[in-house]
Design a protein around this ligand. Structure first.
Ligand code: ASP
Ligand code: MG
Length: 405
């Protein structure tokens, strides 16, 4: 029944609803595809700049506040765009119904500002579709057991859209955005970057984790888990962009499909720590309990004990350094690097291709790029390097792995 309805979830990001003209364009696009026999379900973000403005306003009243009031505040931008898009559809002669998360039933846990979706009621949407009404749903927000408004983390309306697509068993989830596709690298850093027609969920998850901002990482995880095909495309052009699909679906299986970067990350080095694993267990438990996510870890035995380096987000450097100091007092020396970046290569083809790490290191060596920390997985190699060398590193890796236009 559901699949006969030919449901397409269409998510429009902040720039796509950034002005009255663009809102009318969203309405037109949605009505056009209804005419072609699709049943669109529209999910929207706040108008561009609105969420930042609300965050700044909240910070003025109570810096770093987290909880129901804060989430109610930052979720309000979506209420405006849902209403305007619905009105635009009606103005163009269509039928629309606006929904906030609690009206529809997008239930989450109570982790304010990083809530996770647990369940979505689809009954109302299905009824609307049967009557030719276009449901317009607020992204980014949910409601918890206690009826508090929650939000899913910045960029989270992608996750709302893919979760709704999963719940409806939709044909696909289209993410309309201000870039025409996912690129082999950020074109601002690597001008020779190309559009990628198809990517696997796994690659996109790695890319999102390693710094690509195109899709909210949870949205890709949900897509992977429920097999929701995600189409990232321009909201200003009608051509296709990038399909994110299960691995093996006729991929050109490039060894490396992209060079991804995070321009700022922090590295903390401590030595000499006492010998033994327990010391590490205790330190990382303490970091985790403060919600600090540790990315790359490297440990080396030295004569006087062990030397430990690990990377964390730049925002967490101060807190992490404080914790280390608290645990080890003045017995250790701690050094931090703040002006560093992470550059990574990602590709499922790496799995059965030898020599990828060799090429990665020799390319960086030829360009005199020193590596501070390195980590690998089956489908990625990542290194922390000095920030001034990021551009050169990314461009030369992009060429070396045959990704240039
Ligand atoms: N409006 C929210 C934000 O700016 C959610 C989103 O755009 O995906 O983070
Ligand atoms: Mg986004």
């Amino acid at each position: 029944m559901k699949s006969q309805m030919n449901i397409m979830v269409k998510k429009f990001g902040g720039t796509s609803v950034g002005s009255v003209e663009r809102i009318l364009n969203v309405a037109k696009r949605s009505l056009d595809c209804q005419l072609l026999g699709e049943s669109p379900v529209v999910v929207v973000s706040a108008m561009s700049g609105d969420t930042n403005r609300l965050v700044a306003l909240g910070d003025q009243v109570f810096p770093h506040h987290r909880g129901p009031a804060y989430d109610m505040l930052v979720a309000s931008g979506e209420q405006v765009s849902v209403a305007l898009v619905s009105m635009a559809i009606e103005r163009l002669g269509g039928k629309a119904r606006p929904y906030l998360a609690h009206q529809l039933g997008i239930f989450t846990d109570s982790m304010h500002s990083k809530a996770r979706i647990q369940k979505i009621d689809t009954q109302k949407i299905l009824q609307d579709i049967e009557q030719g009404i276009i449901p317009v749903v607020a992204g980014f927000q949910g409601v918890d057991d206690a009826d508090n408004i929650t939000t899913l983390g910045r960029g989270g309306s992608d996750t709302s859209a893919v979760a709704i697509a999963a719940a409806l068993n939709a044909r696909a989830c289209e993410i309309f955005t201000d870039v025409p596709a996912v690129f082999t690298a950020d074109p601002r850093l690597v001008p020779k970057a190309r559009e990628i027609p198809k990517l696997s969920f796994e690659e996109m998850i790695e890319m999102a984790a390693l710094g690509s901002k195109v899709l909210h990482i949870r949205s890709v995880e949900i897509g992977a888990k429920h097999g929701v095909r995600i189409h990232v495309r321009s909201s200003f052009e009608s051509r296709e962009g990038t399909w994110v699909v299960p691995e093996g679906e006729s991929m050109e299986s490039a060894v490396v499909s992209s060079v991804t970067h995070e321009s700022s990350t922090g590295v903390i080095t401590v030595e000499p720590l006492p010998k033994g694993t327990e010391v590490l267990a205790k330190l990382f438990t303490a970091l985790a309990s403060k919600g600090i996510i540790v990315d790359i870890i490297s440990q080396l035995e030295i004569e006087s004990g062990q030397r430990l380096s690990f990377s964390v987000g730049t925002d967490d450097v101060v807190a992490a350094t404080g914790l280390v100091r608290e645990q080890f007092g003045s017995h250790v020396s701690i050094s931090t690097m703040k002006d560093v970046s992470k550059v990574s290569i990602v590709g499922v083809g790496m799995r059965n291709h030898p020599g990828v790490a060799a090429k990665f290191f020799s390319t960086l060596a030829q360009n005199n790029v020193e590596i501070h920390l390195v980590t690998t997985s089956e489908i990625k190699v990542s290194a922390v390097i000095d920030r001034p060398l990021l551009e050169k590193a990314a461009q030369s890796l992009h060429s070396a792995f045959g990704l240039d236009q």
